[in-house]
Design a protein around this ligand. Structure first.
Ligand SMILES: C[S@@+](CC[C@H](N)C(=O)[O-])C[C@H]1O[C@@H](n2cnc3c(N)ncnc32)[C@H](O)[C@@H]1O
Length: 277
């Protein structure tokens, strides 16, 4: 590894009791590369020395590994598939099975943009049809600060770059330079703490049991080492109903295909689990 990733992992563990071995080495390598640049292009051997001496630099490095960037309708193609095919199909199946409520989970929701985007799609689907469908959206993350922002529902314009003007007018209220999501949409989502790597609880507590029809876990798996990705995917799988859909980030498609999932529409980042799984 070009930036002494193994040595850095060892040093953080032994000297600072910080275990970052769960992160994917190539992701750690990129983060270290960014820190080397931020420290005036310091050489990696000298960076190792700096980490030994400076607790402040250790904090910078650890912070750089915890990315919580998100935006509304982040992957437009995926959201188009959700709108055009997945949500109508789930609605049809529910009605056929005489069930009236869709169960949706945004796992690793950051400050809520993904969960709110799905809530907007569902609200539009119900507005456009005489046959309404009930739904419950659970959104979880292991970062309390992000969850607080999600509950607040106030967003910078940069978060809304992929939202159409029509949707901005229908679902947001502008407060100075920021945008607040409508209370009627906010109340549709239950935000709570949930660590996908903890063994217990098995499902987000407010949802009581999993059995979700749609799980969105995007832009999280690629940060973790393969064994940790598997643990997260096993957990998601246990929370999905048999024919549920799982949505990931576009750069994570290969991870899913290697772990017992098949892509439903090509390049969509929308998956269902393989039958034997
Ligand atoms: C880059 S953000 C992705 C947000 C959103 N899903 C999206 O695609 O825009 C990654 C999020 O995963 C959360 N996260 C990282 N590890 C987690 C874990 N073990 N359990 C729950 N959430 C986790 C972080 O706190 C962060 O908010």
């Amino acid at each position: 590894m070009k930036n002494c990733v193994d040595e850095i992992m060892e040093l953080l563990l032994v000297s600072y009791q910080l275990d970052i071995r769960g992160f994917d080495p190539s992701f750690v390598d990129k983060s270290v590369g960014r820190r080397l640049m931020a420290c005036n292009n310091i050489a990696s051997v000298n960076y190792l020395e700096l980490l030994k001496q400076s607790r402040e630099e250790v904090t910078h490095l650890i912070d750089s590994l915890h990315i919580s960037y998100s935006e509304f309708f982040r992957n437009p193609l995926t959201f188009a598939y959700l709108e055009q095919f997945v949500l109508p199909q789930l609605k049809y199946k529910k009605r056929k099975g005489a069930k009236t409520e869709l169960r949706i989970w945004s796992a690793a929701c950051a400050s809520g943009q993904e969960a709110y985007s799905v809530a907007i799609l569902l609200d539009e689907m119900n507005q456009e049809s005489a046959e309404k469908i009930g739904y419950r959206i659970f959104a979880t993350d292991n970062n309390m600060e992000e969850l607080e922002k999600a509950r607040l529902g106030i967003f910078k314009p940069s978060s809304l770059q992929k939202v159409s003007l029509k949707r901005i007018q229908c679902y947001f209220v502008q407060n100075n330079e920021n945008y607040s999501i409508l209370p009627s949409i906010k109340k549709l989502i239950d935000f709570s703490f949930f660590d996908l790597l903890e063994e217990q609880p098995a499902s987000p507590a407010p949802s009581i049991y999993g059995n979700f029809d749609l799980v969105i876990c995007s832009n999280l798996l690629f940060y973790y080492a393969p064994a940790f990705r598997k643990r997260i995917l096993d957990k998601l799988r246990k929370n999905m109903s048999t024919d549920a859909f799982l949505v990931t980030g576009e750069t994570e498609r290969e991870i899913l295909m290697k772990n017992g999932f098949s892509e439903v529409y090509e390049h969509s980042s929308i998956f269902q689990r393989n039958l034997h799984n």
